[in-house]
Design a protein around this ligand. Structure first.
Ligand code: GLN
Length: 167
């Protein structure tokens, strides 16, 4: 998705690979595995120290919450819509836009509580599913699984904003 938007994207598996990056995506997957491997390789500390914009989707949202890396002021409940068979898609309304955004929810987490600094960018049944806190954007769904690039574009806007602040 990022490459389609003209971004040079590289994989990060080790702490030193974070050096010099303008932004970081923590994708979906399995948060328990992520946490275990991140601790093993010291990537947990490195991500905490990373000062650039971060996009966390699904498991990526979970690992950024208060109970994991503590980067975003959120309480997130894993697998809160049920098991794999309860995975679903739904149209979401994106703040400031009329065209709906298709959300793909795969064993998705649910936000139980969000702190005052957290801004809601999209909701599903009155629950936040896309949120921003400063340089962090988190989604409980998978924005990379449709053709719609708007979530990634918003992330790139944050990357550009932060790059200007730092320049
Ligand atoms: N259920 C996974 C977890 O708890 C998240 C699923 C996903 O990233 N699609 O980490």
């Amino acid at each position: 998705m990022l490459r389609r938007l003209g971004v040079r994207a590289v994989e990060v598996r080790k702490p030193e690979q974070l050096e010099g990056l303008d932004g970081l995506v923590i994708p979906g997957g399995e948060s328990t595995t992520f946490m275990r491997l991140m601790r093993l390789y010291g990537l947990d500390e490195a991500v905490r120290e990373f000062s650039g914009p971060v996009l966390g989707t699904c498991a990526g949202m979970i690992v950024l919450d208060r109970n994991h890396l503590g980067a975003v002021d959120l309480d997130v409940d894993r697998n809160a819509y049920g098991r794999q068979v309860a995975s679903f898609e739904a149209d979401l309304t994106l703040a400031g836009e009329s065209e709906p955004l298709r959300g793909v929810f795969i064993r998705a987490p649910r936000v139980r509580e969000a702190g005052p600094e957290v801004e809601v960018l999209a909701e599903l049944d009155r629950e936040p599913v896309l949120l921003r806190q400063g340089r962090f954007i988190v989604a409980s769904f998978h924005p990379e699984l449709t053709e719609d690039t708007r979530v990634h574009e918003r992330f790139l806007d944050v990357v550009r904003e932060e790059a200007n602040v730092r320049a």
